[in-house]
Design a protein. Structure first.
Length: 205
């Protein structure tokens, strides 16, 4: 069975279907390719909303990142490289007090009823691998709304860019939630914040 599988992969039909090789210029010592085109052909595209958390797409700058999805609302399941939690209490037996990376919270942008209707008419969510962004389009034609979520590598921020020429997303409500007793969430005019101070040592003493 293994031999027949190898023949099937390497046979003439498979070779004909394969993409042509990338040309190489020996004089300049360079591959003649368009990097963006090569990477972008592997983009992930959704044509319907993603109601399940495991369907989210990743983006971010490495330190602060998010898993992004749309189910009528825009969800950012946040991650932080130095946000640590514990899988066992402090008095657990030695060797069982493991710690792991945990989420600092969940950001949700809830939109007006026109957004759901527009998404039902046309929806696109793309994981842009070359630019490291998640882009979402709802609606058709020049009135379509577009959102892009990304994070610069040199700053600890996440950016949500919104282009909504027809006001399909209005009104917008922003919520920040958490699920650990050690976190405190608050807000004031134009700002939401979350704070968590963990006084327990990351490594067992």
């Amino acid at each position: 069975m293994l031999a027949s599988l190898c023949v099937g992969i390497l046979g003439p039909a498979a070779l004909q279907a394969a993409e042509p090789p990338i040309p190489f210029d020996p004089d300049s010592g360079q591959w003649l390719l368009d990097p963006e085109a090569v990477v972008s052909r592997n983009d992930v595209l959704y044509t319907s909303p993603s109601p399940e958390p495991w369907e989210a797409m990743p983006t971010g700058g490495g330190d602060l990142s998010a898993m992004v999805r749309w189910d009528g609302s825009l969800h950012l399941h946040l991650t932080k490289s130095d946000c640590w939690g514990f899988q066992a209490p402090a008095d657990a037996p030695p060797g069982s007090r493991f710690f792991n990376n945990v989420s600092p919270g969940h950001l949700r942008l809830t939109f007006g009823p026109s957004a759901a209707a527009a998404a039902q008419a046309r929806f696109r969510q793309r994981l842009d691998l070359y630019h490291g962004r998640v882009s979402i389009e709802v609606g058709e034609g020049p009135e379509a709304a577009r959102l892009e979520v990304w994070g610069p590598a040199d700053r600890r921020v996440l950016v949500v860019e919104v282009d909504d020429p027809a006001g399909l997303l209005r009104p917008v409500t922003v919520g920040l939630s958490e699920w650990r007793e050690t976190m405190v969430v608050g807000g004031d005019e134009g700002r939401l914040w979350a704070r968590e101070v963990n006084e327990r040592a990351a490594r067992p003493r």
